[in-house]
Design a protein around this ligand. Sequence first.
Ligand SMILES: [Zn+2]
Length: 382
Amino acid sequence: MDLTAPAIAETEHFSSPAQTTAVAAQLAALIRTAKHFIVYTGAGVSTSAGIPDFRGPEGAWTKRAQGKELAFDGSKTLTAVPTTTHMALVALQERGLLKYVVSQNCDGLHRRSGIMPDRISELHGNSNREYCKDCGKEYIRDFRAVSSYDKSYSDHRTGRKCAVPGCTGALHDTIINFGEQLPKTAMTRATTHAKKADLCLVLGSSCRVSPANSIPECVGRSKKGRLAICNLQDTPLEDVADEKLRIHARTDDLMTQVMANLGILIPPFILRRRLIIAMASQSRDRHQLTVTGVDVDDTPSSFLRSVKVEGSRRAVRTEPFVLGMREELEEGAAVKVELEFMGHYGEPNVVVAHAYPGEAGGSSVYGLEYDVWTKEWEVRRV
Ligand SMILES: [Zn+2]
């Protein structure tokens, strides 16, 4: 990854509302008929969630070039609510209209909003994801899984160890710093989709960071491809983009209109969690419960602070969450498991009624959905 940022930020422009309306209508028509529509996102899609960009007048790199440090607490990405743009992309993905997202953002908001792991390349990493260098196992954390860079900038160890049986590899963050190579798999997948794409929409990126910016450029230069750019500042790809599809607007404003043209509602953000509860019995009245948080693709996901059997005084506070239970149970009896969350969105505890599978043991998968506005959980077995 390579970059330079001027101390004086490039001017931000605003196209007229009529121009935004016209581009939104054209984009909607193209999205409807595109065979392979992809999106390339930058910091501009997250600014309305309270996460600063890099090159804007208040951006992190602009401030750094001015010799000022940005007073931004990185943990705010954990409490940030995905924006209108994030949620519009989720709706387009669910309808099969959006085939792939390539993002430069490390804030994890695309994944949290509901973009599936096999539909995105996070080219510069994700501050919630760490991985084992020895066996490759990934872990999603509901906390910042980022090296403190105390020793050196290139030391990505987070201090945690791999939990795969037999592996004690050191976990590394996935953040790509300046001068470091982009992750191979993510870049290869992004390039494959860019080559297939007949429409690429840049949202909130100045397209100045190389080699990530080769993705939209590849679509813009291909014969069948059309490149649309929505960004407040000019980009070096203005000449490559379709003249009628360039717009200086906030991405939320453009996407609201694109979705209205498509007649697709932008869904509210729902925090989704997935949980496996396994139960094994040594005898009729001695049982062991193991509670594991996982991502949609079963990647381990740490979002629980503690787990206990409801009414019990003892809670388990470290992963893996293994609980002992002494009680004579009939098959099908409800074992009530109380979950405490990291709680970045103020999630209250929730009780999952797990049906005792009998002495043979077994496991069930639960889907938990949390409405960040009503602060209510919905739990279902999946
Ligand atoms: Zn490992």
